[in-house]
Design a protein around this ligand. Structure first.
Ligand SMILES: Nc1ncnc2c1ncn2[C@@H]1O[C@H](COP(=O)(O)OP(=O)(O)OP(=O)(O)O)[C@@H](O)[C@H]1O
Length: 224
């Protein structure tokens, strides 16, 4: 459960978010809106990477202002740019790095890394240098490194921008199967077709909130 209560965010001299209120228990929540409308800031609020200037954000029953570190243990965050997230030389090492604080045996780390790379189609790349992967494969690697931690909520900020149609469909299929709550910011509208709820952000406010069809129709009108 993610809940925004009259959330305002001021960055520098800009009011980036202006009174967001939404209780989001749905498993699949999408966010669309124009460039600069405040979507990434909204996503960053969910795991306390951004904090409200006023109002409250509650995630997994905790206030992001007070319990940021605890919330981040339960909320995986996938950035647009996978290079920002890849920290180790090889694919398998990068995924294993995510598990470093879990106190697992070497065998258990190897087992979990192998399992997640297999699930996301990167098993054959385990020992390859991460920086040799294509942009789309890097995005899948970043997803592996987040999912190996089995987060309760997955926040994704435009995760398909670098993906071709095939990989984009792959991510859409993976999204359908994930047991986690997903909070997805995207310009890739077909990705939202099976979603439970979609918010349209415009000028830092919720301009529409409904089914994908309703929200996307509103978004198209805004963009006309
Ligand atoms: N640290 C910051 N200081 C000042 N302004 C900022 C800062 N971060 C973001 N902004 C501004 O806040 C506004 C909203 O940014 P945000 O990244 O949330 O938009 P967005 O909807 O995700 O855009 P896009 O679709 O282009 O990714 C933008 O005008 C941006 O310039």
């Amino acid at each position: 459960m993610i809940e925004f209560t009259d959330v305002h965010v001021r960055l520098g001299t800009r009011d980036v978010l202006r009174g967001i209120t939404a209780a989001l228990p749905e498993l699949r929540v999408g966010v669309v809106g124009a460039n600069g409308s405040g979507k990434s800031t909204l996503a960053r609020l969910v795991n306390g990477l951004a904090l409200p200037s006023s109002g409250q954000v509650t995630v997994l029953g905790m206030d992001t202002r007070r319990d940021g570190a605890k919330i981040r243990r339960g909320v995986g965050f996938l950035f647009t740019d996978p290079d920002a997230q890849i920290v180790m030389p090889t694919v398998a090492e990068d995924v294993a790095f995510s598990l470093r604080r879990k106190g697992l045996t070497r065998e258990e780390v190897d087992r979990r890394v192998g399992e997640v790379l297999g699930r996301y189609g990167l098993a054959g790349h385990a020992d390859h240098p991460a920086h040799h992967l294509s942009g789309g494969q890097k995005q899948l690697l970043a997803l592996c490194s987040v999912m190996v931690l089995e987060p309760e909520i997955l926040v994704m900020d435009e995760p398909t921008t670098l993906l071709d149609l095939r990989h984009s469909r792959q991510v859409a299929e993976l999204l359908e199967e994930m047991p986690q709550q997903v909070f997805l910011v995207t310009h890739d509208l077909p990705l939202l077709s099976g979603f439970d709820r979609v918010l349209v952000i415009d000028g830092g406010r919720v301009a529409a909130d409904g089914t994908p069809a309703e929200a996307i129709a509103h978004y198209r009108k805004l963009m006309a």
